[in-house]
Design a protein around this ligand. Structure first.
Ligand SMILES: Cc1ncc(C[n+]2csc(CCOP(=O)(O)OP(=O)(O)O)c2C)c(N)n1
Length: 514
């Protein structure tokens, strides 16, 4: 057994099942070990930003890490923007990054770089593994670090000679560093606080927005009337009919301030206080109302689900809540195709328990409003604001949940960043329906231009925000990457194409000419 085999076998021993890869020469022994070691499914991605966002999507849905396999510093650097998004989502990921052989580094060959330096801002754990005999233990520690609550990015840098030299054995999994329990004192104090009659909001994030966490929050709401809120880009939420309804905080800072006006105390559950996405001249960045008290029920590394359940018990909340989102499907629209009619079709025709890998950008408001009363679903948005995540996020989600339909509503500008994800969808036959909002524009930036205070807009500035000349043809792009595609120009055409996509399995792209 060589170091690469011991590392890959250790990943398998630790429950890692999938590896999103774009390898090079320094990773050849790792690539070879994907055959000699059984149990790690390799998925080739044609750009590292696809690999890292796919690992994010997988981690958010599976609740456990995938591995990535990246080529030296430049390969990792290509994946950084989507590792930034993954870090914001607290997704568990194990990056395995190849490096030159230890003795080769002194010559400063072309691909030599500061890999740890690239890794630092996005990683919660970094280690350079330079010995074949230690690689297995290092891999076990990497998985433990990625799984540590609330989930983190572990980057293991493996020297080429550590991969090809003789190793002894694979390592066993290490214990999970699970979420810590919130103290009884904290529960008691907050139980008193939410009974004090003040206007209270509870800001939920992480596991608190799914399954038992959401149910317990619903029970607390039923007893006390606290507002249940989530961040605009809460990385993972369960929504739709039958679920406990949670209000989503709006995007722009002044909207957030209005939305939160009158809140006297805010209880954080795995979340941090809301701030505006950007600063704008003469507008507030801090969106918490003056005088509002901030209280932490659970910090991100703590067990927010158990804390909500304990709190529900402490206030004698009912064991069930009757407050549920109602199913209210819109009628199929006719005529004009725009972000609202697209949303109505999606809400009407998407089956139960779909997963939305959502980068709909300026089209998101009508989509969120209609989906709130659509069939139950999982929502995975752009968690860190770095566009170009949605398509590969859908890849990871589809591999984590092969029995569920994945829908990927996506702005055309952001989709252009990681369009290579379509090729992986075709190769892996993933059940993903992509809707491209073909507005031929960086539309959001047209608003932002005025919001930051620019008053004169010249031709050069305009061309920076416009995606005509030439127009991307998304049906041809998809076809060229192996994905069946069609173009819709009316609501009726879109409905017919979307309905057929919902009935078939496999990747399908619809270019919605809004
Ligand atoms: C990595 C990265 N680069 C640039 C931006 C700035 N940016 C934010 S939105 C946007 C345009 C998005 O266009 P599109 O996806 O077509 O959505 P639309 O605004 O048209 O709805 C850009 C360039 C960003 N957020 N992240």
């Amino acid at each position: 057994m060589n170091g690469a085999q011991s590392l890959v076998q250790t990943l398998v021993n630790c429950g890692v099942e999938i590896c999103f890869a774009n390898p090079g020469t320094s990773e050849m022994h790792l690539v070879a070990s994907l055959d000699s070691v059984k149990g790690l499914r390799p998925v080739l991605c044609l750009f590292e930003g696809v690999a890292t966002a796919a690992a994010d999507g997988y981690g958010r849905v599976a609740g456990k890490p995938a591995a990535t396999l990246l080529h030296l510093g430049p390969g990792l650097a290509n994946g950084l923007a989507n590792l930034h998004n993954a870090r914001r989502a607290a997704s568990p990921i194990v990056n395995v990054v190849g490096d030159h052989a230890t003795y080769h580094l002194q010559y400063d060959a072309l691909l030599t770089s500061d890999i740890a330096g690239f890794a630092r801002p996005v990683s919660s754990w970094i280690h350079e593994s330079k010995s074949a005999r230690l690689a297995a233990g290092d891999a076990a520690r990497a998985v433990q670090a990625a799984r540590a609550a609330p989930g983190g990015i572990a980057t293991l840098i493996l020297s080429a000679d550590a991969a090809w030299n003789e190793a002894e054995r694979a390592a066993a999994p290490l214990p999970d560093i699970g979420p810590s329990r919130v103290s009884a004192d904290t529960i008691e104090a907050i139980a008193k606080l939410i009974a004090n009659g003040k206007q209270t909001a509870m800001l939920l994030r992480g596991r608190a927005l799914v399954g038992d966490g959401l149910e317990a929050a619903g029970c607390i709401h039923a007893k006390t009337g606290v507002r249940l809120l989530c961040d605009t880009f809460a990385p993972h939420a369960e929504m739709g009919a039958g679920r406990v309804p949670v209000e989503r905080i709006p995007y722009f800072g002044e909207q957030v301030a209005a939305f939160l006006a009158g809140t006297e105390q805010m209880v954080m559950v795995g979340s941090t206080p809301p701030v505006s996405f950007f600063a704008y001249p003469n507008k507030p960045s801090w969106c918490v109302p003056d005088g509002c008290e901030l209280i932490y029920l659970a910090q991100p590394h703590q067990d927010g689900v158990a804390a909500l359940q304990d709190l529900a018990g402490a206030i004698d909340a009912p064991r069930e809540t009757a407050t549920r989102a109602a199913l209210q499907l819109p009628d199929l629209p006719k005529g004009l195709l725009n972000s609202l009619s697209v949303a109505q079709v999606i809400a009407r025709l998407t089956p139960d328990h779909a997963i939305y890998a959502d980068e709909s950008n300026t089209a998101s408001l009508p989509l969120m409003m209609t989906l709130a009363r659509a069939r139950p679903h999982t929502h995975l948005p752009l968690a860190g604001g770095s566009i170009g995540q949605g398509l590969p996020l859908a890849v990871g989600a589809a591999l984590a949940a092969p029995d569920r339909k994945v829908v990927c509503p996506h702005g055309d500008g952001g989709a252009a960043y990681t369009m290579q994800a379509l090729w992986t969808m075709a190769r892996e036959k993933l059940d993903v329906t992509i809707v491209i909002y073909a507005n031929r524009s960086y539309a959001i930036l047209n608003y932002e231009l005025f919001r930051v205070g620019v008053t004169t807009v010249g031709d050069n500035a305009r061309t920076m925000l416009d995606l005509h000349n030439p127009e991307m043809n998304w049906t041809q792009i998809a076809n060229g990457l192996g994905v069946e595609a069609s173009r819709a120009t009316t609501a009726e055409e879109f409905a017919a194409q979307y309905e057929s996509a919902m009935k078939q399995r496999g990747p399908r792209l619809i270019e919605a000419m809004i």
